[in-house]
Design a protein around this ligand. Structure first.
Ligand SMILES: NC(=O)c1ccc[n+]([C@@H]2O[C@H](COP(=O)([O-])OP(=O)(O)OC[C@H]3O[C@@H](n4cnc5c(N)ncnc54)[C@H](OP(=O)(O)O)[C@@H]3O)[C@@H](O)[C@H]2O)c1
Length: 316
């Protein structure tokens, strides 16, 4: 049996992605072998493929390198000393972040402590979509310490992080405003947010008295959104490229501001999977690509207009 993996052969456009075969790794002590059903694609995968950011810098001498941090699948073998997982269980994880990667693989041996059990009522598709984006959403909101009744503005509510963030903020009983293009207005309104079309006019012309800004866009859009804020508002700027600039400007205006780097936390993923299982959280999946269509999947991610998440079907 082969272990097909998608690798970055050299830094560049989507065409540098290739499928390679390797051996199926034996689980070491404390590890389980997972047959990966789905891996998800995140903006960082595309950035790293292009040779940008710290994951690219750290792995530049290790090409071909397997990207991917989100997986869901089934445990098919258990190493010695494993206590919580057994053969046949469905698991998901935010794995190998940020340096090791490896998610775009058909088989992975992983430490059991990196994995969460997927409840029966949660699909492996939803479980694979959740880890990196879901935990970024949860951690951004936790940094902002949102409270019931506060007015929260989330830029890019239709994206992988945004659609989860706005549902968590709504569950915390915040009044949630979000920006999106016209195509996503109905979708985000259905989730319960006040959706504002950024293509029509800058958000600063449409909204005021915001207590918390969750910036998932950066740059000009984030600078404009600072004009919507109350005195003493809190800002969390998530895109690493412009976070420093946005935070500096926000602090000059008297706001509390911070950037962030998501931190994998299996217990937090357990909670999010539970929220999905009881219907408190809905994961949106725009499309599932076969491994052969990895270039199209990266091209879609690069448009910057994916609704929810896109996945790779690792067994087809
Ligand atoms: N610091 C960290 O640890 C960390 C972790 C995760 C992600 N990130 C970063 O956070 C950002 C968001 O990640 P993501 O996974 O959610 O990305 P994503 O899924 O690619 O976001 C796509 C969404 O962005 C929306 N969008 C694009 N331009 C917009 C604009 N000007 N105003 C409002 N919405 C806009 C699109 O909606 P429309 O189609 O309606 O325009 C689309 O639904 C990325 O920059 C990512 O690299 C950082």
């Amino acid at each position: 049996m082969d272990n097909k993996q998608i690798v970055i052969t050299q830094f560049g456009g989507p065409e540098v992605l290739a499928i390679q075969s390797s051996v199926i790794p034996e689980p070491l002590e404390g590890e389980v072998l997972v047959k990966v059903a789905f891996a998800s694609i995140n903006p960082i995968d595309v950035k790293t493929r292009a040779g940008l950011g710290w994951a690219a810098a750290q792995n530049k001498d290790k090409l071909p390198w397997v990207p991917g941090y989100d997986i869901a699948g089934q445990v098919i073998k258990v190493g010695s000393g494993v206590t919580t997982l057994a053969e046949g269980m469905n698991v998901a994880g935010f794995i190998g972040f940020p340096i090791r990667g490896g998610g775009y693989s058909q088989y992975l041996s992983l430490p059991e402590k990196e994995l969460s059990i997927v409840p029966d009522s949660v699909t492996l598709e939803a479980a694979a979509a959740l880890p990196l984006a879901g935990q970024t959403a949860a951690q951004a909101l936790s940094k902002a310490q949102i409270k019931e009744g506060e007015r929260v503005l989330i830029l890019a509510g239709a994206g992988g992080v945004g659609h989860i963030a706005l549902q968590i903020a709504l569950a915390a009983k915040a009044e949630v405003y979000t920006t999106c293009s016209e195509a996503n207005l109905d979708y985000l309104a259905t989730l319960g947010a006040h959706a504002i079309n950024y293509q029509f006019a800058p958000v600063s012309q449409r909204l005021e008295a915001v207590d918390v800004l969750i910036d998932l866009v950066g740059g000009e859009a984030a600078l404009d959104a600072l004009k919507c804020l109350n005195d003493h508002a809190r800002v969390v700027s998530v895109p690493t490229l412009s976070a420093e600039l946005i935070c500096e400007k926000a602090k000059m205006l008297g706001f509390e501001a911070t950037g962030m780097l998501v931190d994998p936390n299996p217990e937090q993923l357990d909670t999010m999977l539970y929220m999905v299982s009881v219907g408190l959280l809905k994961v949106e999946i725009q499309h599932i690509y076969s491994m052969d269509h990895i270039c199209q999947a990266h091209e879609q991610m690069e448009t910057g207009h994916t609704r929810g998440k896109i996945l790779l079907d690792m067994q087809n």
